[in-house]
Write a protein of this length. Structure first.
Length: 425
């Protein structure tokens, strides 16, 4: 018995000696959203309590400024300097942590070396990208390495696409217990969304439009609702898509296109594919904005559709894109003020319809603006969940979605600690 205990404690000592010193490193800590993330991590976890974490970025001076701005509690916060293009520095960074959470974007321009370093070293990773074409490239290039090393890569851990992906997961869980079957048809409708955009988000969006304008194959890929699904099982169902103002009888209101559906729907379908079609082989899903009832709702829907079409057109044409970037949109490092973040919020409504016509309604809400105040909290809890709640090996290495790897554990964290609600209506 004594010998067995000694062996166990030796194994434990070994494990501790081999364990990296950090649970999480926040890379891109000096970005607009990275600073919100760091403030939240500090408030929620301190620096060396439940979660050991460090702030990383390319500039030592900016990192020190950030640490000073976080107050005396952050005095002992470790800082790591690494450039997103420096493979050796990224490998060193990966060796010192269990999870890297990155806000260095546009990811299509700066993100690949870090994903490669994580996939090859077995370090878990999460981020805020909503760039479908880049995610697809990363899966194609690094899935085999991640499977071999055991690295779990989780993209889209912000407003796109956690509320959609976990919202559908939550609804389907209730459908299973109520109907003993998933809902074949699910719709998400944005009832309230108060907040603004940052320069980094705009730069990422503009980069997608620039790439798409130059590449017809990419335009086709971006239009494919299953573009992030593995080749098998081959999808057979045509997906609905809200392209203009239309009346939605399930909500008794007019609806208009929702710009983030282009990434959220792809993640939800990837979740279904990775979970052996737990939502059904004939599952359909779409997202739209609720515009209200009557003529007022219809006119608001028409105006929203026209505004979105105008923005897309301007983004696709180089000279107009330049004007937008220079004179209209926020610059890198800019974004909604702290009071705009506090006064913001979101309310997303879901309706699921089972094969026999029975329906279930749920909602997901957030108490800060979606893109920054709430996104910082969602990303922070996603990283903590990956580091603390999801044992290595279960699931194994690969590219996962928030719902397939974090699922109920993250819903619990977001409800208890991040001002989000997931409720039956
Ligand atoms: N999914 C969502 O809901 C959501 C929400 C918000 C943001 N986002 C995404 O998050 C990303 C960040 O947005 P943001 O507004 O915070 O951007 P931002 O303020 O423009 O910051 C970009 C960051 O990238 C860093 N960076 C650039 N090149 C680098 C390099 N070579 N090495 C190391 N770091 C480098 C910059 O470092 P310096 O500070 O040293 O300049 C900066 O910290 C964007 O891609 C955006 O689309 C997604």
């Amino acid at each position: 018995m004594k010998r067995w205990k000694a062996a166990v404690s030796l194994v434990e000592q070994n494990r501790r000696m081999r364990a990296p010193p950090m649970d999480v490193i926040a890379f891109g800590a000096t970005s607009f959203v990275g600073q919100i993330l760091c403030r939240y991590l500090l408030e929620e976890f301190g620096t060396h309590r439940e979660l050991k974490w460090a702030a990383a970025g390319r500039s030592k001076g900016k990192l020190e400024e950030l640490r000073a701005s976080l107050g005396p509690e952050a005095a002992t916060l470790p800082l790591v300097v690494a450039d997103a293009a420096d493979d050796a520095a990224l490998r060193k960074l990966c060796a010192s942590t269990r999870v890297v959470v990155s806000t260095v974007g546009p990811y299509a321009l700066h993100g690949e070396p870090l994903v490669r370093a994580c996939a090859e070293s077995g370090t878990d990773y999460c981020d805020l990208t909503g760039e479908v074409q880049w995610i697809r490239r990363m899966v194609e290039r690094y899935e085999a390495a991640a499977r071999k090393s055991g690295a779990r890569i989780v993209h889209c851990c912000g407003f796109d696409s956690i509320p959609s992906d976990l919202g559908v997961h939550f609804l389907q869980g209730h459908a299973m217990s109520r109907f003993d079957a998933p809902c074949a048809r699910v719709k998400m409708r944005v009832k309230v969304m108060r907040g603004g955009f940052s320069g980094g988000t705009v730069a990422s969006l503009m980069n997608v439009m620039k790439e798409a304008a130059a590449d017809p194959a990419l335009r086709k890929e971006l239009a494919d609702p299953y573009s992030l699904c593995p080749a098998a099982p081959a999808p057979t169902v045509r997906q609905p898509e809200v392209r203009g103002v239309e009346f939605d009888p399930d909500f008794g209101a007019w609806i208009a296109p929702f710009v983030m559906s282009a990434i959220n729907t792809r993640i939800v379908h990837r979740t279904n594919a990775l979970s052996e079609q737990a939502y059904g082989a004939d599952f359909t899903y779409d997202e739209a904005m609720l515009m209200g009832r009557g003529l007022k709702g219809q006119l608001a829907g028409a105006a929203t559709t026209a505004g979105l079409a105008g923005f897309m057109l301007a983004g696709a044409v180089a000279p107009l894109r330049g004007v937008l970037e220079r004179f209209v949109l926020p610059k890198p490092g800019e974004g909604p003020s702290p009071s705009e973040q506090r006064e913001g919020g979101f309310d997303l409504r879901f309706v699921g319809t089972a094969q026999d016509g029975r329906q279930i309604r749920t909602k997901v809400t957030g108490d800060r603006d979606p893109g920054y105040g709430s996104t910082g909290k969602m990303l922070g809890q996603a990283a903590a969940c990956l580091a603390l709640d999801v044992p290595k090996g279960t699931p194994p290495g690969g590219f996962w979605t928030p719902a397939t790897i974090l699922g109920d554990r993250l819903i619990q964290r977001l409800r208890d600690r991040s001002g989000l609600t997931f409720e039956l209506v």
